[in-house]
Design a protein around this ligand. Structure first.
Ligand code: DX5
Ligand code: ZN
Length: 222
């Protein structure tokens, strides 16, 4: 299981220190939420922040692009040092081309599905992805509650990927992941857990990560 704290809930005035602390606390990846004020109502950060993080840290940088026509920014984020670039199927008519461009840039390619989006595109794109991000809230803001129906989608997506011979594609869940929901997400078939407020909103990051990890471990092994 991979725990990827989202810096959306970090203190931006002390970002490097926050990332250092969360890595020391046991985070596996750092999740970077990029929002453009178009695809989602919020605006956050761009390639400059990814570049600044890459200059200081060697950890995987898991970049989640919540932007319209993300193919326009693939090269900039690849050059900045992203490890994974995830694009939303709803954000472009050319999602296949976007995924191809990501891989050509030498970066792992992720496909993201909003809560209202079905898994049909996974059948078409299974060979072009390294990760599937099933949104467990509507994207745009941290601190929301997980939408229960999205866990059924995680199970169906896991089955479909396995059926298509892509059991190696990790499923990531993002939104409302806490010690109370992490177990259900892992049981449904998720391997990568993004958590923003459940980590950065706590005073003890190591304890917060440990609680999410042990909830996931327990439920994942029933
Ligand atoms: C939502 C973002 C998430 C968000 C998760 O738009 O993609 O990564 O930061 O935050 P929590 O864990 O607080 O729901
Ligand atoms: Zn995210």
């Amino acid at each position: 299981m991979i725990i990827a704290p989202s810096i959306l809930s970090a203190d931006f005035g002390r970002l490097a220190e926050e990332v250092e602390r969360v890595l020391a606390a046991g985070a596996d990846w750092i999740h970077v939420d990029v929002m453009d004020g178009q695809f989602v109502p919020n605006i956050t950060m761009g390639p400059l922040v990814v570049k600044a993080l890459r200059q200081r840290f060697t950890c995987p940088l898991d970049v989640h692009l919540m932007v319209e026509r993300p193919e326009r920014y693939v090269d900039a984020f690849a050059a900045a040092g992203a490890s994974t670039l995830t694009v939303h199927v709803e954000a472009t008519p050319h999602v296949h081309r976007a995924l191809q461009t990501i891989r050509q840039a030498g970066v792992r390619a992720g496909l993201a599905l909003n809560p209202g989006t079905g898994i049909d595109s996974v059948r078409e794109l299974a060979d072009d992805i390294d990760m599937l991000l099933v949104m467990t809230v509507n994207p745009g803001f941290g601190g929301q509650r997980l939408i229960p129906s999205t866990l059924g989608k995680v199970s169906r997506a896991r089955r479909l990927l396995n059926e298509l011979g892509r059991s190696d594609v990790a499923i990531e869940v993002d939104g409302g992941i806490t010690p109370a929901t992490a177990g259900k997400a892992v049981l449904a078939g998720a391997q990568v857990l993004v958590a923003g407020s459940a980590v950065f909103g706590q005073s003890d990051y190591a304890d917060a990560i440990r609680r999410i990890r042990s909830a996931g471990d327990f439920n994942g092994h029933i």
